[in-house]
Design a protein around this ligand. Structure first.
Ligand SMILES: [Zn+2]
Ligand SMILES: [Zn+2]
Length: 249
């Protein structure tokens, strides 16, 4: 766990210093490691059919590595827009003060929650988008094929589209730029975490238990960090309720 914290700190430090490449690699390693740590801490011994095969994980790593350079296109574009002064970004927290910073951050996160929910949902509802983009991620649809490596295994355009709400938010909410970049990094950690199939049971967090259901039903739990968007728009399915009939059969 200390190594995870160290790597995360390193990634943020590199980012602040403008060393985007090393920090990206550090983050990928961190995301993978985080998934492994999570497995051992929370999961204990798993039944054999719950462990993803090496073949499935290698496929996920390959898809993720191919997409990775394309993912970086979005922050490159957003940084250009920020530096051109087109967004509402500010560079120092003291420019606005802590109360305003925290308020803006909350609004930013709510907007991102809303945006990612609907982007993800439309990637399912608009059939050509599903077929040509999002289906790449949904080939891992059973517990024994899902692993933290699936967290970044998307069609490049799919991955970019799901991160677009972060950039849209920059035009709507005054945002501290370094916080914005840190939140983008957090996405990589989060996406590794929600693909490890271990239900953390921490309300209202939409963890791996919920996302595993998303991979098996396709019609539920499109949300991001919390269950609230799915709850509001009628697509929430709770893993605890899901487990009950399974035990009977
Ligand atoms: Zn999906
Ligand atoms: Zn997924």
């Amino acid at each position: 766990m200390f190594l995870v914290i160290f790597l995360f700190a390193y990634a943020i430090f590199s980012l602040i210093n403008g060393e985007s490449k090393p920090s990206q690699y550090g983050l990928v390693f961190l995301a993978v490691l985080e998934g492994l740590v999570d497995d051992t801490e929370a999961g204990g011994i798993q039944p054999p059919d719950a462990i993803p095969s090496t073949k499935a994980m290698l496929l996920q790593i390959t898809v993720a590595m191919k997409a990775m350079p394309w993912y970086s296109a979005l922050p490159t574009l957003s940084e250009y827009m920020v530096e051109s002064g087109w967004t509402k970004c500010f560079s120092r927290i003291r420019d606005v003060g802590w109360p305003a910073y925290l308020t803006f951050l909350l609004v930013y996160i709510v907007l991102v929650e809303f945006g990612i929910y609907w982007m993800h949902r439309e990637l399912h509802d608009i059939k050509p988008l599903y077929k040509h983009l999002h289906a790449t991620h949904h080939i891992y649809n059973k517990q024994n094929t899902l692993s933290p490596f699936a967290g970044l295994a998307f069609h490049p355009l799919d991955g970019i589209l799901q991160a677009v709400p972060h950039v849209i938010a920059l035009f709507l909410v005054p945002t501290h730029f370094t916080t914005h970049i840190a939140l983008l990094f957090l996405e990589a950690i989060w996406t590794a975490n929600i693909h490890d199939c271990i239900h953390g049971k921490m309300w209202p967090v939409m963890g791996a238990g919920y996302h595993t259901i998303h991979h098996t039903t396709y019609r539920h739990n499109y949300g991001h960090y919390t269950i609230w968007m799915d709850w509001m728009f009628g697509t929430l399915r709770d893993p605890v309720l899901e487990d009950t009939p399974k035990k009977v059969t």
